[in-house]
Design a protein around this ligand. Structure first.
Ligand code: NAD
Length: 471
């Protein structure tokens, strides 16, 4: 449709960086220092499987060490390459700065198709990759702390933590070497849902900003909004599940690898997820109509589009046909720089990845703090808070001369446990960061979008941190 060439993911991130940095008072030298990726370690290792040696290539990239440890997920996918890992590491630096998670940015990836290997084989491969990274302090509680990403989850994080412990038997903070672990292996309640939950909180906050809602051409609240989701994995599933069961949204289409399913009355997300797991695809799901060309469904009419699979799916070839009023980037980099320009000019609101999917790293931060403090959140306070509330209600009932409702009592007497505290911390983070992006966007006419505002905020914080170090 256009003679413009599509930038790579990394070029897209750099173009967005360049646009924002030109709006900040910063020396060219410091700007360049922030932009470049500090280091990328490439490892090739062999694992004996199925009677033969198989060689795998992995990366761990450290974008910025202005704060340590550095943090960022490990991805298992065939799309993994050095450029992708470095772009994702840069995004981690900006994301952590934006939501005030005290980390530098990093990312890792292993070039592998996880569906081609049995669980015991993936365990061997994961442990070997982890071994290579651990011996170079590229996995370490105070240096570099990975987390799950595409193709990895709690299971891989548990293996990585165990591998670290085997290689560092006297390290008391070993659990803090990786986040996104299962609860019984030092994880935190609410981490699995965190990124999708963060997407929900981001949309709730967007709808509290009536000027932004008006700019998007929408009105009212989240209730009843028609949503299309691409990728029903960890992030996409939780976002779709919470938005449809708690906010009254209708998920009118879900796009997966093997096609898409559509139902204008709303898809039952839990039933679809069960079908997806059992059948390894959405085809054949009885609660919706199937189409084989999934990517076309990105262009279907809807209020909110949630790309939650991979980068570059909204690009120069389809941006002009996207009809959603709001795109919330649950995945990293789903909208290319070229598409971003087209959509922003057309008035589409894009809630940027750096913010939209920051729920994961936010709750990872809480998990890391929990591991370092060796106590679960709420353990000391919960009973004490509950008994203070008892005393208050007894006195209130004495003063008003009648009992308060049982429903009120049940809610009020229940002190906050770990899940309530995690959700509260996450919601506060998502609301505060949105307000900052909104205020930055609306107070400077040169800032044309929430994305540019997010970059300006993040880069200013990183620059201030480097300046404080004397750079
Ligand atoms: P996941 O592996 O759990 O899920 C990805 C889903 O997308 C899978 O269901 C897969 O089948 C589907 N998919 C893959 N390619 C597709 C395609 N071309 N079309 C349609 N569907 C496709 O991964 P995830 O952890 O949910 O991560 C998804 C995105 O969110 C990635 O960009 C990741 O970097 C980002 N992210 C994840 C987290 C996290 O906590 N997991 C945090 C921040 C950002």
């Amino acid at each position: 449709m256009t003679s413009r060439t599509e930038p790579t993911f990394r070029e897209s991130v750099n173009m967005m960086f360049d646009k924002a940095i030109s709006l900040i008072d910063i020396s060219p030298g410091l700007a360049q220092k922030i932009k470049v990726c500090n280091s990328t370690y490439t490892v090739r290792f062999g694992v004996k499987l199925r009677g033969d040696i198989h060689t795998f290539t992995g990366y761990r990239s450290v974008h910025s060490e202005h704060k340590e440890p550095v943090k960022g997920g490990i991805r298992f996918a065939t799309s993994v390459n050095q450029d992708e890992v470095e772009a994702l590491a840069a995004l981690m630096t900006y994301k952590c700065a934006l939501v005030e998670a005290p980390f530098g940015g990093s990312k890792g990836g292993l070039h592998i198709d996880p569906t081609q290997w049995e669980p015991d084989e993936i365990e061997k491969i994961t442990r070997r990759f982890a071994y290579e990274l651990i011996k170079r302090d590229l996995i370490h509680p105070s240096q570099n702390v990975p987390a799950p990403d595409m193709g990895t989850g709690e299971r891989e994080m548990a293996w990585i933590a165990d591998q670290f412990r085997r290689m560092n038997t006297s390290e008391i903070n070993a659990d803090a070497c990786v986040t996104g672990k299962p609860l019984n292996k030092g994880g935190i309640i609410g981490r699995v849902e965190a990124t999708g939950r963060g997407v929900q909180y981001a949309l709730q906050e967007f709808f509290r900003h009536k000027d932004d809602v008006k700019t998007s051409g929408l009105s009212g609240s989240l209730a009843g909004k028609r949503i299309i989701v691409q990728g029903l994995g960890n992030v996409g599933y939780h976002a779709a599940h919470f938005l449809s069961t708690e906010d009254g949204c209708k998920i009118t289409a879900v796009i997966e690898r093997d096609g898409a399913v559509i139902n204008d009355d709303g898809i039952n997300i839990n039933q679809l997820q069960t079908h997806l797991i059992e059948n390894k695809g959405v085809k054949g799901f009885s609660g919706a109509n199937y189409v084989s060309n999934g990517s076309e469904i990105l262009e279907k009419d809807c209020d909110i589009l949630i790309p939650a699979a991979m980068e570059g799916v909204i690009n120069l070839s389809n941006a002009q046909r996207i009809k959603a009023n709001v795109i919330i980037e649950a995945a990293n980099g789903p909208v290319t720089a070229g598409a971003d320009e087209i959509l922003t000019a057309a008035g589409t609101i894009i809630i940027p990845d750096m913010y939209a999917n920051a729920g994961g790293v936010t709750v990872s931060y809480f998990e890391w703090v929990k591991n370092l403090s060796h106590i679960r959140f709420g353990r000391m306070q919960r009973r004490q808070q509950a008994s203070s509330n008892h005393i208050l209600v007894e006195e209130m009932e004495r003063l008003i001369g009648k009992p308060v409702s049982e429903d009120f009592k049940n809610k009020f007497f229940k002190g906050a446990g770990e899940l309530e505290l995690v959700r509260s911390g996450l919601e506060d983070t998502m609301c505060t960061a949105y307000q900052q992006m909104h205020d930055t966007w609306r107070s400077n006419e040169n800032i044309d979008s929430l994305r540019t505002a997010a970059y300006v905020l993040a880069l200013t914080k990183v620059a201030d941190s480097y300046r404080a170090l004397g750079l």
